[in-house]
Design a protein around this ligand. Sequence first.
Ligand SMILES: [Zn+2]
Length: 256
Amino acid sequence: MSYSITKNFIPGLPTFPYRHGVGAYEGVVSHCTDSSNRSGGDTPSKERAYEARTFNQAFVHFFVGVENGDAVILQVASTDYGAYGAGPVANKRFVHVELCMYDDEALFSKAYDAYVYVLAKLLHDRKLDVTKAAADGSGTLWSHKDVNKFLGGTTHEDPIAYLAEHNISWNQHVKNVASQYSSLTSNKLKIVSAASAAILMDGPDRQHANNIGTVPLGTIVENLGKVQGKNNKDGYYKISYKGKTGYITARFGKPL
Ligand SMILES: [Zn+2]
């Protein structure tokens, strides 16, 4: 799935270049907002309004959440410059993206898919690969916890616990961003690993969707994007095949 990014920069933010220069970010930090209102009230617009008052203490580049039923990616600061997201070392290296928090599984999954998309897109835009943060400071995809452990200057550990509440481990998150990244690279998928054909479903939920067709092994189809959906930890690809648009289990699609 592809998303549009709404830009509404907060006026007056401090600007400082990354350590390798203006625009030269080296990776992304995955955060969540730490909201105590998780019943649907945490939105990118509200987070922006709060940040507009408090940016001298902390600010990030993006908020991702759900507003009026739709996933929203709101960019509030230019990625040309650093932000105050995770301590002085990380701030001179990375773009910071915050995920709004929800208890409701459907709201979470809508917001999470958009979050994975923007993380992958930011890395893809700079031709940075998706690699896990490591103790030597390498890696392009960081959690706030990784920054705390490997670079210091901060005490937070988000978004690990929040993603775990929704059954997504950090390793799974890295995989999800990597597969979204590969679908940004290619708009074709080959059907692989199925016994003879992949089932085409009318929604990204293998327990509740209706089967609307089959796609034979080896077929090349148009990839319309990756989504997390439900009841499959590796997610689904939205595809177009013989005039039908539907979803297949992600392990049956290989980006070309
Ligand atoms: Zn954080």
